[in-house]
Design a protein around this ligand. Structure first.
Ligand code: MEV
Length: 435
């Protein structure tokens, strides 16, 4: 059977589903039920979601949880997190509570500059291009005025445009490397529009005055934002680190070693940073930001010194334990999904309508908290105890456990080790007894 189609996007939603039913889902009634049961009964709301992307057939739910008790620069937050991994919100909440009684999180936005590039090739003399660029530099700003007017009124805009000679890497390759301040917008549309205008200006001017051939290759923002940096930190006296003072020093030392390992060992660093991204992505997603952009930029930053390394660092000095993170984050609190998606609006309301700098700080804290919780369990009880407790509910749901069965089994595993097979066995025993 031919499973390809042209014009799929032009079909009605119901026709798309029928086509999928016939060609890929064996006309399964249960598949159809699964697709339709996730439709929202509010037709307008459903249409909004349908129109976010092309070829929508249904909605894909993720839980939206909240981690309360985050004290950040002396202000309390309940942080919204959209994530499927069972232990993440619990770990964030635990870390928040732990630091609540130890002064909370201190954060600082270090820089907010974003970057975009026009990539082009030129086969004439480099020197001519460089001299000519200087003479026409102001034209880039002038021609982009209609695009930058509003942003400038609010205090943002194009900061600078440089010509970069990359011919050592690729023959004839140059860039316009531009820097931007986009304030509370993530700025992708603003930056890309400016860049496309720069490309037009460059092409027009070059054709008028340069001898060589200039070809625009592409114009696009960079998701690598090493000058859009936020830092978050926690600290306390070593002896305040754990409830029983006798273990505090040992805990602090092990914790520092765990961070040091992630600083030098890429295999560990990737997992260590993955745990940090559990917190970061969840808040980025809940607040309607682009988590792929954030992921790409942060991982590039983790490799900035030539080897993939930890995003967090820790020290003990004069009896004080300090743990911090420094990451690049380009986030928006206006534009994009922020007004469009009702849950994104709600998440931003929950955070007290932060501006983008405040959101950068909240997101960095979520990453640091997540890493603290992970390292705390890894260096003490191990990760599985907590993970499996959280996973217990997933196993019970997988086997359609009733409320009564759930209650009994959760109570049983308060004092027993959770494994997949132990849960299944217990459930089977209960079912045999009740039959
Ligand atoms: C699991 O999602 C995240 C951890 O593996 C992070 C870490 O090892 O630091 C627990």
């Amino acid at each position: 059977m031919d499973k390809s189609i042209s014009g799929f996007s032009k079909l009605l939603k119901s026709e798309k589903i029928d086509w999928l039913m016939q060609h890929y889902l064996s006309n399964s009634k249960s598949a159809k039920r699964t697709i339709t049961q996730y439709w929202n009964t509010d037709k307008k709301l459903q249409q909004l979601h349908d129109e976010f992307i092309e070829n929508t057939i249904t909605n894909y739910y993720l839980p939206l949880g909240v981690a309360p008790n985050f004290l950040i620069n002396n202000k309390l937050y309940a942080i919204p997190m959209a994530i499927e991994e069972s232990s993440v919100v619990a770990a964030a909440s635990k870390a928040a509570k732990f630091w609540l009684s130890r002064g909370g999180f201190k954060t600082e936005v270090i820089s907010t500059t974003k970057i975009g590039q026009v990539h082009f090739s030129y086969n004439g003399a480099a020197e001519d291009l460089k001299i000519y660029f200087k003479t026409i530099k102001s034209k880039f700003f002038e021609d982009a005025k209609p695009l930058t007017k509003n942003m400038e009124k609010r205090g943002g805009g194009i900061l600078d445009i440089e010509l970069r000679d990359k011919t050592e890497a690729i023959d004839g390759y140059y860039q316009l490397h531009a820097t931007f301040e986009t304030l509370d917008a993530m700025g992708a549309n603003f930056i890309n529009s400016c860049l496309e205008q720069f490309a037009k200006t460059l092409k027009r001017e070059a054709e008028n005055a340069l001898e060589g051939n200039l070809t625009i290759i592409m114009s696009i923002l960079s998701n690598y934002v090493p000058d859009c940096i936020v830092r978050a930190e926690v600290s306390c006296k070593v002896d305040q680190l754990v409830e029983s003072n006798s273990n505090a020093e040992e805990f602090a030392k092990k914790f520092i070693q765990a961070v040091a390992i992630a600083e030098v060992e890429p295999y560990r660093a990737v997992t260590h940073n993955k745990g940090i991204m559990n917190g970061i992505d969840a808040v980025v997603l809940a607040t309607g930001n682009d988590f792929r952009a954030v992921e790409a930029g942060i991982h590039a930053y983790a490799s900035k010194d030539g080897r993939y390394s930890s995003l967090t660092h820790a020290s003990i000095e004069n009896g004080v334990f300090k743990f911090w993170i420094e990451i690049p984050l380009a986030l928006g609190t206006v534009g994009g999904l922020t007004k469009l998606h009702p849950l994104v609006s709600l998440a931003l309301d929950l955070l007290g309508k932060p501006n983008s700098k405040e959101l950068m700080q909240i997101v960095a804290v979520a990453g640091l908290a997540q890493n603290f919780a992970a390292l705390k369990s890894l260096t003490t009880t191990g990760i599985q105890e907590g993970h499996m407790k959280m996973h217990l509910m997933n196993i019970l749901n997988q086997f359609n456990a009733s409320e009564n069965e759930k209650k009994q089994i959760i109570s049983h595993f308060k004092t027993h080790i959770v494994t997949h097979s132990a849960v299944v066995e217990k459930l089977e025993t209960l079912r045999v007894v009740s039959n």
